[in-house]
Design a protein around this ligand. Structure first.
Ligand code: NOJ
Length: 400
């Protein structure tokens, strides 16, 4: 098998990502905790202890560093930091500061996400993102995170996948259950406006904390592909679900690209994935080329100067050899995007650990397996391989 030397530029971020609610456990003050335990919920199982990373984050970081990664993206949980409106927990801020320092001490550069899908219960109860004053409340929380992100943090993400927040708000407003068979629900325009305003306010706060921090947000990219003759339909479908959020990143320091699969669009809209196609545990089409398309589309919308960071990319599978194959294909795409001159500055896999996939622990995205009884962590062969690639830079060639 021929190999290519991956052309990662100097300072390239090489790591894995997680999110607080998905790994910490017992995030009891969050809106999700309430949803997980409400009667008649459509959520399959609650997050409960998740990976117990709230207590075991040192083990997680030890493993990631020993595997060869140099970057770790994790999130601060707003519901812990501000459990009651206007009351900030010094102990929780100190906890997240310890995580930042713990990462740096292990040679992992922390990328800190300030909001990853969950909000405090009190924020949801007062109407969430579209209620009066939501932007100011988020900005105040971001300012309160100053002790966490002040020193040694070079990358901050304000809001993870704002486009999915708008899509889920649209779905909730209409009272729909589940996603359509193909594509995404129609986003709620009011929520779109609100999260964009919240992002812009948060960027200002982060820069006020430290002008040296590189701040951005991360967009879910569904790789909408037009079937012949459906180019206009595709563009119209994609714009409110994706491009509007990419455009809102103008003036940021970087933009996060998150992709897993593709969505094909015909003249009548999204086309369900054919029955004979390989699917992952999330039922998405196995499509490692997605990240290349996502990077190219993002650069096209935002312009060639903007630094692109792959902040999530990966596969839920019970077969770790498919995980290696997926990352091999995906990284070939990243390499070719860099060769074509795209300003790609990092790659963070989703996910460091098997975790709570918003309703179920079944889709295993982890490079590291977690024993749900003992919480013991075991690095999978894919983790050893991917981690070492940061050093060897030798990637089996699949493309071109
Ligand atoms: C995007 C989200 O940011 C993350 O929370 C989720 O687990 C992965 N995609 C996989 O669905």
């Amino acid at each position: 098998m021929t190999h290519i030397q991956v052309p990662f530029p100097e300072g390239f971020l090489w790591g894995a990502s997680t999110a607080a609610h998905q790994i910490e456990g017992n995030n009891t003050n969050s809106d999700w905790w309430v949803k997980e335990h409400s009667t008649g919920t459509h959520i399959q199982e609650p997050s409960l202890d998740a990976c117990d990373s709230y207590h075991r984050w040192t083990e997680d970081m030890d493993l990631l560093a020993s595997l060869g990664f140099t970057d770790y993206r994790f999130s601060v949980e707003w519901a812990r930091v501000e459990p009651v409106e206007g009351r900030f927990s010094r102990a929780e801020l100190a906890h997240y500061r310890r995580m930042v320092e713990g990462a740096i001490a292990r040679g992992l550069r922390p990328m800190v996400t300030l909001h990853h899908f969950t909000v405090p219960q009190w924020f949801e109860a007062r109407g969430g993102w579209t209620a009066d004053g939501a932007t100011e409340l988020f900005a105040r929380y971001v300012a309160a995170c100053a002790p966490v992100i002040s020193e040694g943090v070079s990358h901050v993400c304000t809001i993870n996948e704002p486009n999915m927040i708008a899509v889920m708000a649209g779905q909730a407003k209409r009272g729909d259950i589940g996603f359509p068979p193909a594509g995404l629900p129609t986003p709620d325009d009011e929520t779109t406006e609100a999260v964009i305003a919240a992002h812009h306010a948060a960027v200002k706060e982060v820069r006020a904390i430290d002008a040296g921090i590189q701040v951005g947000w991360t967009i879910a990219n569904q790789v909408y592909q037009a079937r012949p003759g459906a180019e206009e339909v595709t563009a119209a479908y994609r714009h409110p679900r994706e491009d509007v959020f990419i455009e809102a990143a103008r003036g940021d320091d970087w933009i996060g690209v998150q992709s897993y699969t593709r969505t094909e669009i015909g003249p009548d809209g999204p086309i369900p994935t054919a029955g004979d196609v390989e699917r992952t545990l999330t039922q998405w089409e196995y499509y490692p080329a997605a990240v290349g398309h996502a990077l190219r589309h993002t650069a096209e919308v935002i312009g060639p100067e903007m630094p692109l960071i792959v902040t999530e990319n990966g596969i839920a599978t019970a077969d770790d050899t498919r995980r290696v194959a997926y990352y091999t294909g995906a990284l070939n795409e990243v390499a070719s995007a860099i060769e074509d001159g795209l300003n790609v500055q990092g790659y963070l896999a989703w996910s460091a650990l098997d975790n709570y996939e918003w309703g179920s622990f079944a889709p295993t995205f982890g490079l590291i397996a977690v024993d749900w009884e003992t919480f013991e962590r075991t690095a999978r062969p894919s983790a050893e391989w991917l981690g070492s690639l940061g050093r060897t830079r030798q990637l089996p060639r699949t493309a071109g």
